[in-house]
Design a protein around this ligand. Structure first.
Ligand code: GAL
Ligand code: MG
Length: 998
């Protein structure tokens, strides 16, 4: 039935979500000729006119009239959000509804402040679209909209993330056409679009017109499966044809990846097409080998003239659950996944093709093989790219009603929607259907997800049934049943979020019935992703089939403040309520600079594990379908951090095989020896050039740290306040009252500004804040800063003078630490800071010394773990080697400044200042952790934004016996795993030697 009169009441009525909307259909492209140029499509992207009204009470509909004078309307870019173009305020909330605290509402009621955006676009039909039926497609509009053409009502739709197509044919005119779209910020749909994201709306995806040729493939459904031999392809095409079928033909050709025709047929056209064909020996599709066939569908008239041409990529694959395991092409699959929001710091969710290409290349380069489209169907292009580059997808329906059942973390589903409410079921099914129909032909989609965090009930169960019925080639995912196990049957997969490694293990060890995934894990907020290995280790259990890191990209928006632009988070736009920095949980920062967390993911997600030894290397290929022929391997031997041997090898390890290769590597006679083997791409790929490193492995074969041996004879000047120790080209002053070094001069050059401070605190991370770390460990915050010197001993040693300070710590119990300086006659200063270990105290964030050095020492070369920062529980992806960095480059720009720049296992560190003398710091006894930063611990602790930090005035060097891990299980309570704590009852020692370096 075609409705001609719109009603405002639809907005609040959950049973009305589409009026005059055309049936959802596949996202295939179609052309009027085999040229590949789409003369049947006309883009309406570009500059539109817009006017905002604050609420429904002020609604004006005169703008729909074709003679309306829209001179006073503003200009707006489509696609684009209203908020990112200054037409509405930004707002970020997580689970709570955006109107919480402003208005008391229950579903499906709407807030009174419901902005209306009236859009106008005028257009003339392109020549190729004239005299044909014409449809319009809105690929994404949030959250509800009405459309008029030349004053006539066209239709209404909801679901921000799937297309809405309408028929314009009866109302098109010659010359200028007047298209009017009224977009409402809120509708009943807002209750089920409560995703944790910036609340952005408007026409934010493409808008285009398309003309229908005489006969038109309105929908195609390609199934390209494998028979149980995993070699024979079973090809099936079902298509719906509109327009004229008589005397027309469908000419179908299927070309293999080498462009050879493997199937061809010509059949008379019917409204329903159903073709099928078995093909022997097909090349299957997988993320490892994304083999794509090309289906060419040509509608021809009786003279053989082309009526319509449809090229479609086809991937043969078989995805199934067998004996409780998810199998792709017969092999147990492991998802090395991430969750991805579509995001751009300038455009919000109206991301560009360049953004998508960047994202997919990043993923391939970081060994990520899967994406959950959290929490809505993405732009169509993304699916094409995933088919092409090889990424598995969990395609998620646009459904989240988080605030309706979880409040302040507690489960309270008394008014949950959709639940079992009949009035919400049709819109849920519609969302599943719109996703399915659009995306069904993409081989990359393996799993349908029914939505996110909407609790469980019969409505969601109905979505699951619907998809299972429509599509036997995929499986259904829904995590929400973990809150209501009565509905366990909804999901084919046991999927959880933020389950701890031991909880997952418990499931895996107790006769699991369903395959397991973590649809969200490793909460990558701020300085996080510690302990990832505790999860990847679970891959040894067959039912563990991987997980999806939360998440891929920070959602932070550019904000202009004066003449600077910063990345802003929730609350920064005076948006309240807000959930503040919770929008920043990405492996990449919002501006797509790569965060240091990615280093760990890349290593632990790699398919080929590399374990070098003195004789060669063991390669274990976890890949399912590819051997290592497309890689070459570089073996290196490092002696004291320097490469003394390097050679490339071609090593072939088959999928699922583990093999040792003898490489005849040299063993240096002295010093520390490290064997390293790297895997590199042998050929250019779509996502990286030949030579690109995919993974590496290292083994320390001989661990050797230089010992400190005092030499020469120092001169001592015992002052009343200072102990001076000097010799040729050096002078050291140790203060009796300041508790340590007040001067360190080599060749007259001063290195010290203020006495190094004892350090027990690290700037709190987001994870620290979330788990009450501050409350538990607060006593360590002041422990270094307010420690007092209670004893001083001076002793003369062989070739050296030893000055030893005892500090008492401001702790509830008596506790002291010792800092000893041993200065020899050559000017070397050996420093030892000893924490003896005390029972019954909270574990230590860190232990060491913090130096405030002149700003010119802003560069360091270290032999330790790098190149990106690393931590006790996030250092497997960091390799031992010699790296150079600067104080500024050591800062990872987490949205809220926090702990950053740490390097574990440092053996030597050289600070350099342009052309001047450097300072060499060598670990003696134990390797240490270190960072060089433009900011102190306390500065980082205090700041809430990067732009609150001052310009660099000093170089802050932290030398630490150790620093606790950063954690990552979640950011709202999960502590760092105990294995990565510095237990208070265990002694810690930092021991290093200072010397000048020319
Ligand atoms: C999950 C949710 C995500 C995000 C994350 C916290 O519960 O599904 O959308 O909110 O928590 O960052
Ligand atoms: Mg949520």
């Amino acid at each position: 039935m075609h409705v001609t009169k719109p009603k405002l009441s639809w907005l609040e009525d959950p049973t009305v979500f589409a009026v005059n909307r055309l049936a959802a259909h596949s996202d295939h492209e179609f052309y009027s000729a085999k040229t590949g140029k789409n003369s049947l499509k006309q883009s309406l992207n570009g500059t539109w006119r817009v006017h905002l009204e604050p609420d429904i009470a002020s609604q004006k509909l005169d703008f729909i009239r074709p003679d309306f004078d829209f001179g006073r309307f503003d200009y707006i870019q489509v696609p684009g959000h209203l908020q990112t173009q200054g037409f509405d305020e930004h707002k970020y909330v997580n689970t709570q509804y955006p109107w919480d605290g402003h208005e008391e509402l229950r579903p499906p009621k709407l807030p009174k402040k419901n902005k209306i955006a009236s859009y106008i676009k005028t257009f003339e039909l392109d020549h190729a679209l004239k005299d044909k039926p014409v449809h319009i497609s809105f690929q994404g509009v949030a959250t509800a909209f009405y459309v008029w053409l030349n004053g006539h009502f066209i239709g209404y739709s909801e679901d921000s993330f799937t297309p809405s197509d309408f028929d314009l044919t009866p109302y098109l005119v010659e010359g200028q056409n007047h298209l009017a779209v009224e977009v409402f910020k809120y509708s009943s749909a807002s209750w089920i679009e409560d995703q944790d994201f910036w609340r952005l709306n408007g026409i934010f995806r493409d808008v285009f017109l398309y003309a229908l040729p005489k006969a038109h493939l309105a929908d195609i459904h390609v199934t390209a499966n494998l028979a149980s031999d995993y070699e024979t392809g079973i090809f099936e095409l079902k298509a719906t044809v509109t327009g004229q079928t008589t005397d027309n033909f469908l000419h179908a050709r299927l070309l293999d990846p080498d462009k050879r025709v493997v199937f061809e047929t010509k059949v008379p056209l019917n409204q329903m097409i159903d073709l099928s064909q078995e093909l022997s020996q097909v090349a299957p599709w997988s993320a490892e080998l994304p083999n794509l066939y090309t289906l060419e569908l040509t509608l021809e008239d009786k003279d053989g003239a082309v009526v319509e041409f449809v090229p479609e990529k086809v991937g043969f694959r078989r995805f199934e659950i067998k004996d409780g395991l998810m199998l792709l092409n017969g092999k147990r699959i492991i998802f090395k996944g991430v969750n991805r929001h579509e995001f751009d710091p300038k455009l919000g969710r109206a991301i560009t093709k360049e953004d998508m290409l960047w994202d997919i290349k990043f993923m391939k380069r970081h060994n990520i093989n899967a994406v959950r489209t959290s929490h809505y169907p993405n732009q169509t292009l993304w699916y094409r790219l995933c088919d092409e580059y090889g990424i598995y997808l969990i395609d998620e329906a646009n459904l989240e009603s988080h605030g309706s059942w979880q409040k302040l973390g507690a489960c309270e589903p008394s008014w949950n929607i959709p639940g079992n409410l009949p009035e919400w079921e049709p819109t849920c099914i519609d969302r599943a259907n719109s996703m399915f129909e659009r995306d069904k032909n993409h081989p990359s989609v393996l799993i349908w997800s029914l939505g996110n965090e909407s609790y469980a009930g019969t409505d969601i169960a109905a979505m699951g049934d619907y998809l299972r019925h429509k599509d036997p080639t995929r499986v259904v995912h829904y995590e929400g049943v973990t809150w209501n196990r009565e509905f366990d049957y909804i999901t084919d997969i046991e999927s959880r979020m933020y389950a701890k490694p031991h909880e997952i293990e418990e499931y895996l060890q107790n006769e699991p019935k369903k395959p397991y995934i973590s649809c969200e894990y490793m909460h990558a907020m701020g300085n996080s992703v510690g302990g990832l290995e505790l999860y990847t280790k679970l891959e040894k259990y067959p039912h563990y089939q991987g997980g999806f890191i939360w998440d891929y990209i920070d959602q932070a928006l550019y904000q202009k403040l004066g003449d600077t632009t910063r990345l802003a988070y929730g609350g920064d736009f005076n948006d309240r309520p807000s959930d503040y920095e919770f929008c920043g949980d990405g492996l990449v920062f919002a501006d797509r600079t790569i965060s240091p967390k990615a280093q760990e993911v890349k290593h632990l997600y790699a398919d080929i594990k590399i374990e070098p030894d003195e004789t060669g290397v063991t390669l274990t290929n976890d890949g399912l379908f590819t051997n290592s022929a497309d890689s070459y391997f570089t073996a290196r031997v490092l002696q004291d951090g320097k490469v003394v041997f390097e050679k490339d090898y071609q090593l072939i390890v088959l999928p699922q095989e583990s093999k040792h290769f003898d490489l005849e590597l040299p063993l240096p006679k002295t010093g520390e020896v490290i064997y390293e083997v790297q895997q590199h791409l042998a050929k250019d790929t779509a996502w990286a050039k030949a030579g690109f490193e995919i993974n590496f492995g290292q083994t320390v074969s001989r661990y050797a740290l230089p010992e400190f041996k005092a030499q020469g004879t120092p001169k001592v000047a015992m002052g009343d306040v200072n102990i001076g120790i000097s010799g040729k080209n050096f002078e050291v002053l140790l203060s009796k009252d300041k508790g340590g070094l007040v001067s360190l001069k080599y060749s007259g050059q001063e290195f010290i500004t203020r006495t190094p401070q004892l350090l027990f605190w690290r700037p709190m991370t987001d994870n620290d804040r979330g788990c009450g770390h501050g409350f538990e460990r607060a006593m360590w915050l002041g422990a270094g800063k307010f420690a007092k010197v209670v004893d001083l001993q001076v002793a003369s040693k062989e070739h050296a003078v030893e000055v030893s300070y005892t500090y008492e710590l401001p702790l509830p119990k008596q506790a002291t630490v010792q800092v000893t300086y041993l200065v020899d006659g050559t000017g070397k200063v050996n420093v030892s800071a000893k924490y003896p270990g005390y029972p019954d105290l909270p574990s230590l964030p860190t232990f060491g010394l913090e130096f405030k050095l002149p700003a010119k020492y802003d560069s360091m070369t270290y032999y330790g773990r790098g190149p990106a920062e690393n931590y006790l529980d996030r250092k497997l992806g960091a390799r031992l080697g010699t790296f150079t960095t600067t104080a500024k480059d050591s800062v990872a720009s987490y949205l809220v400044p926090q702990e950053t720049g740490n390097h574990c296992d440092v053996r030597t560190l050289v600070l350099t200042a342009d052309k001047e003398l450097g300072l060499k710091i060598s670990a003696t006894k134990h390797a240490f952790s270190a960072s060089l930063l433009p900011y102190s611990t306390m500065m980082l602790e205090e700041a809430l934004h990067q732009d609150e930090l001052p310009p660099m005035r000093f170089a802050w060097l932290r030398l630490m016996a150790e620093q606790m891990g950063v954690g990552g299980d979640d950011s709202w309570g999960a502590p760092v795993h105990e294995a990565y704590w510095l237990k208070a009852d265990k002694p810690l020692e930092l021991n290093f030697t200072l010397e000048p370096l020319n």
